[in-house]
Every structure is written in C-alpha cells, then in structure tokens.
Design a protein around this ligand. Structure first.
Ligand code: G4P
Length: 193
C-alpha cells in the first residue's frame, strides 16, 4: 500500500457504496505535508514529460495542483465553472456534466493563459465518470496545446472515467484507484498498480 492508500484507510470515510469522504486531509481541510508528497509523486511519475503548465478545475483541484506546478516550476491555470451563457470569444469553453451533483457547468479558460504549442499536465483530486477531465482535455486541444498527462489523486475505478480517458490514449496516473467500497464495514479495496 502506498502513502496515500494508507491515509485513505486511516482517515477516509465511506459514505455510501460510491462516495468516499476525504475532507479531513484532501479536499476541505488539507494536510499540506501529504499534498507535498502527492506533488512529488506526480513529478516522479511524469518525469519524462515536457510540461509548460499545470491545469486543473476549481475548486478542490487548485490546492493540490498548485504544489504540482511548484514541483515542475511552471504556472498553474485553473478552469472556472461558469453558469453564464453569455460567454465572450476570449475564452475556451467546454460543457461539463456532473453526475454527482446532477448539474451542468460551462467551464472556461481565458485565451490569455493557454496557447498553441503548450504542454499541459492536468491534475485533479477525484476522477469518477471523467466528465471534468474530458472537458479539460477538450479545452487544451481546442487551444492547439498538447495533453502530456492526467494526474489523479483518487480514481474511482468502478466508475467509467479512468477507462474512457485511457482508451482515448491519454497517459493517466492515479495515485490510488478504489475498486470497491463497502459503506457497512467501511472497507475500501484498492487496485494493485
Ligand atoms: P467526473 O468529473 O469524474 O464525471 O465526476 P463527477 O461529476 O461524478 O464528480 C463531481 C464532483 O464530485 C467533483 O468535484 C468530484 O471531485 C467529486 N467527487 C466525485 N466522487 C467523489 C467521491 O467519492 N468523494 C468526494 N469527496 N468527491 C467526489 P466538483 O464538482 O468539481 O467539486 P469541487 O472540486 O468544487 O469540490
């Protein structure tokens, strides 16, 4: 078991058969020493990639991606969720549907901060159905930039996101892949990697 899997076992709470709460250390209160270790692990896993910018989506991806950007010595840009339909031409836009929250957001990145020829590492805290990741990928590609990889802290392996994004040919690294959870016993089963 790696350091993150150990922490999930210690402090994660299985809320239902498909929701894992990690808000005591990852996405509400944040254990900064752990986030630094996570960032170093992404640096190690994507060491052979050219990365000119890290990208994530608000809100809870930002704190983690900031440390990853520091490891690579590059800027972080985060996509903003916008309800507005009057989006002007100065932004790249993707529509992202959340199955968890049952809503749709337009996700935007200013054209000032994403350019043709850039090499982007996408980072997020969770991947479930992969809708957020697909939105980010489409924004990067519509800018004429390259997706160098997708780094996920916790992938829910029993939802389709990881399979879809890998099948599209992207390099996905998930620090923990949860294959099953049991709300009654609180047990979490990780995929061997
Ligand atoms: P998808 O992008 O992979 O399709 O995911 P989905 O719509 O199902 O997830 C929507 C939001 O719920 C995401 O945050 C995601 O990080 C979060 N999420 C999904 N599964 C879990 C889980 O098991 N535990 C926790 N704690 N979060 C989960 P978001 O809407 O972008 O919100 P935020 O980043 O502003 O917090």
């Amino acid at each position: 078991m790696n350091f993150l899997e150990e922490r999930i076992i210690k402090d994660g709470v299985v809320k239902s058969s498909n929701v894992l709460k990690v808000d005591s250390f990852l996405n509400h209160q944040m254990d900064i020493a752990l986030i630094e270790e996570i960032a170093k692990e992404f640096k190690r896993r994507f060491a052979d990639k050219t990365v000119t910018k890290v990208m994530t989506i608000e809100a809870s991806g930002i704190g983690i991606a900031a440390f990853v950007a520091k490891e690579f010595g590059v800027p972080l840009v985060f996509a903003k969720k916008s309800k507005s339909i009057n989006i002007d031409g100065d932004v790249f836009v993707a529509e992202v549907e959340s199955f968890t929250h049952r809503n749709k957001n337009q996700v935007i990145v200013s054209k000032k901060f994403l350019h043709e020829g850039e090499h982007i590492l996408i980072i997020d805290d969770f991947m479930a159905n992969g809708c957020a990741m697909q939105g980010l990928i489409s924004i990067v590609e519509s800018a004429g930039a390259t997706v160098e990889g997708c780094g996920i802290v916790i992938e829910k392996g029993f939802q389709i996101g990881g399979r879809v994004i890998r099948n599209l040919g992207y390099h996905v690294e998930s620090l923990a892949i949860v294959d099953a959870m049991d709300a009654e016993t609180g047990s979490v089963t990780f995929r061997e990697q």
